[in-house]
Design a protein around this ligand. Structure first.
Ligand SMILES: [Fe+2]
Length: 135
């Protein structure tokens, strides 16, 4: 069963970013499912790599979009994104040394971080872009 389900309350009113956020939710659910099925060291690292790679791609796309439109909150966005990547990388390192609980922490941390970040920060750029006629 899905851990997080995207709905309109998570929309940042930008089609491309909503799509990428939805895909991130999907990848978190995939991680959750893999863990629920007791998939161990063989499968989880791949799921982690996919999740982290896609997160980085998404952050790069989001930052490029905000840069293109001179979004004033870009510096805060960049800092938040970099912090998240650092924290997740540390959790994954723990997992790789055999700390299975670290995968649960990563899943729960990412889920909550993403929800909070979208609600608190990403929605602000959505409003900003919409005012410029960008959706
Ligand atoms: Fe963001």
């Amino acid at each position: 069963m899905a851990l997080v389900k995207w709905n309109d309350s998570y929309s940042v009113q930008n089609v491309a970013m909503d799509k990428q956020h939805q895909h991130l939710f999907d990848l978190i659910n995939e991680l959750h499912d893999a863990m629920g099925q007791g998939k161990g060291k063989d499968v989880l690292p791949k799921v982690f790599v996919n999740l982290v790679n896609y997160t980085q791609t998404h952050f790069a796309d989001e930052e490029a979009l905000l840069q293109k439109h001179s979004y004033p909150g870009l510096v805060v966005q960049k800092r938040q994104h970099a912090d998240l990547i650092t924290q997740v990388s540390e959790l994954i390192k723990k997992f790789e040394t055999g700390d299975f609980a670290a995968s649960q922490k990563t899943r729960d941390f990412l889920k909550q971080w993403l929800i909070d970040h979208i609600q608190e920060h990403d929605k602000k750029y959505g409003t900003f872009l919409n005012q410029k006629g960008i959706h």
